[in-house]
Design a protein around this ligand. Structure first.
Ligand SMILES: [Fe+2]
Length: 270
């Protein structure tokens, strides 16, 4: 969220309308047409239902206003247009106000398969369907409130909870393993990997002890995840939201971080 990026959010006109180019619209089209067929049997039911409600266009980048119409009517959330990178303070503030930050740029053709920055496809396709779900929406808002009040040091711990739920969360349902994390659902490679990869570890996230476990688990943003956490149902997020999360952060701090399951980041030659 605080690193340099080559991307710049596109400004809206006086009517709040963003003029996407034909190339940008064609990138959206290619992304959504590749991703949609993968959702059945992989994304959780709540996500599929949310996608139906959003009814995202296939041939062009959606306008935030049309997504907001659905979010406001379902959970009272809305997307808020932000620059390509925002700080933690702003991020938590927006979530606490039921505003989901959306940078209005779309990845370049060169980065079609993978980019580190969250672009509008990631934000709208990956996250907004879940934001129509009340438990998910309340969890995200509560997370914003807690993060806003937390110290800089504690926010680093809290970021892991967001990462392993909102971004990379799995759900072990009676029908099988499903995805609700937007970081996975906006990536075709990880959509398959997260469910099928034999070497990836999948732990439960359904009680207090396991929340402490999450807070202690380091992650990298630039690799397929070696570890995922599974809730069993959306209301598990209600239970997590109602825990004394800052007390759990204190426990996690006292216990220290788990040893990373990934190799150290290669040193960049300069
Ligand atoms: Fe995200």
């Amino acid at each position: 969220m605080s690193k340099a990026t080559k991307y710049v959010s596109k400004a809206a006109d006086e009517n709040g309308f963003i003029h996407w180019t034909d190339e940008e619209n064609s990138i959206w089209q290619a992304l959504i047409k590749r991703q949609l067929p993968l959702m059945e049997g992989r994304a959780c039911d709540e996500f599929i239902l949310g996608l139906e409600k959003l009814n995202l266009p296939l041939d062009r980048v959606p306008q935030l206003a049309e997504v907001n119409e659905v979010l406001l009517a379902t959970t009272g959330w809305r997307c808020e247009q932000v620059p390509a990178l925002i700080g933690f303070e702003k991020f938590f503030q927006l979530l606490s106000e039921k505003k989901f930050p959306v940078a209005t740029f779309i990845r370049s053709k060169e980065e079609f398969d993978y980019l580190q920055e969250p672009d509008i496809f990631h934000e709208l396709f990956g996250h907004c369907a879940m934001l129509t779900n009340p438990a998910f929406a309340k969890f995200t808002q509560a997370y914003g409130e807690i993060g806003l009040a937390a110290s800089k040091e504690d926010r680093v711990f809290l970021a892991r909870l967001y990462w392993f739920t909102v971004e990379f969360g799995l759900m072990k349902t009676n029908d099988g393993l499903r995805i609700y994390g937007g970081g996975i659902l906006s990536s075709p490679g990880e959509t398959k990997y997260a469910l099928e990869e034999g070497t990836a570890e999948r732990r439960f996230l359904t009680n207090e002890e396991q929340v402490v476990d999450v807070l202690r688990t380091p992650y990298r943003i630039d690799i397929m995840q070696p570890i995922y956490f599974m809730i069993e149902k959306m209301s598990d997020l209600d239970a997590i939201r109602n825990l004394d999360l800052m007390a759990l952060v204190e426990q996690a701090k006292a216990l220290g971080l788990h040893k990373p399951k990934f190799p150290p980041k290669e040193k960049i030659a300069s």
